[in-house]
Design a protein around this ligand. Structure first.
Ligand code: SF4
Length: 299
């Protein structure tokens, strides 16, 4: 396929994919919310879950975004080194965002920092935010789209502890982030925790943790156990859906980790809300694609 034709096809597919992610929750998130609804015995919490599902049903029926804050689109790429369209990817994603602003529609949320002006099309300096991961030898590209709402972004924080603070310092840090500003993010939440060696490394890992498929576990048994225990603790805080009294504050707790400096313990927290609009699209080298997080969907 020639460059211009490929770019147009790539752009159109991504524009439609953004539209889908706005309207429909990924299958794993929807299924988790259904499980949580079934476990609720509080009339107040059941009423909130019912309104959540009614909102999601209407969004699908009317083809409208399931939340008014359609966020800032962020793209996390796993790009094969042999994918033929690496050089047009960034431009195609930006154009797809511009077009989806009208067609989805996305609420214009992007403001250039020093101009203090909304650009009106959800693009701005380094927006859409694109994170590249290179996959040696692969010929396709997997794109994870995340629509980052303000409520979800506000509780994000990172801190670097000293070894003398101990690993235990991470726990109150996480609990404070979730029980304070996290409540602004329309619980039940997905909590992503990054553990590493400095602030930016932990912050990126915490976002990647947020984006993991629900039901996946940290590969190290101690990491998986820590995920389980933090989730149990957060669900014991007395917080439920919409931040009102309940016992299911979180849908999932995921940890991603890296090696650390002997003298640092870095921790970051990112949360996402019940409309966890994280979708995956996998392109092959001919730009055909599959939608692993939206069974039966077509673009
Ligand atoms: S936290 Fe999520 S559901 Fe709540 S307003 Fe923000 S984007 Fe929408």
């Amino acid at each position: 396929m020639t460059g211009e034709r490929a770019k147009e096809q790539f752009t159109i597919t991504m524009e439609k994919f953004i539209g889908l992610a706005c309207v429909r929750l990924p299958d794993d998130v929807y299924a988790r919310l259904e499980e949580m609804r079934a476990r609720e015995d509080s009339p107040l919490q059941r009423a909130i879950y019912d309104s959540y599902f009614e909102n999601l049903r209407k969004a699908l029926e009317l083809g409208r975004p399931c939340c008014q804050d359609t966020g800032l689109p962020q793209f996390y790429l796993k790009a094969g080194t042999a994918f033929p369209y690496l050089d047009i990817t960034a431009a195609a994603l930006a154009e797809a965002v511009r077009r989806a602003t009208l067609s989805a529609p996305l609420r214009p949320n992007a403001v250039n920092f020093f101009d203090e002006k909304n650009t009106g099309d959800n693009t701005a300096e380094r927006v859409p935010w694109i994170n590249w991961e290179i996959v040696p030898g692969a010929s396709g590209m997997e794109i994870t789209l995340y629509l980052a709402g303000a409520g979800c972004s506000l509780p994000g924080r990172a801190r670097v502890f000293k070894p003398s603070d101990g690993y235990g310092a991470v726990i109150p840090f996480v609990f404070d982030a979730v029980s304070g500003p996290g409540i602004n993010a329309c619980p039940p939440l997905v909590v992503g925790i990054g553990l590493g060696h400095n602030a930016e490394n932990a912050a990126l890992l915490s976002k990647k943790a947020c984006l993991r498929l629900l039901g996946s576990r940290h590969p190290h048994p101690k990491g998986a156990e820590l995920e389980r225990r933090i989730m149990e603790g957060l669900n014991g805080l007395g917080i439920g859906a919409q931040g009102l009294p309940g016992n299911q504050a979180v849908m999932a707790v995921h940890i991603e980790s890296s090696g650390r400096h002997t003298a640092t313990i870095a921790c970051a927290v990112n949360v996402s809300c019940y409309t966890h609009r994280r979708g995956i699209i996998r392109f092959k080298e001919d730009l055909s694609f599959e939608l692993p997080t939206y069974r039966g969907a077509a673009l």
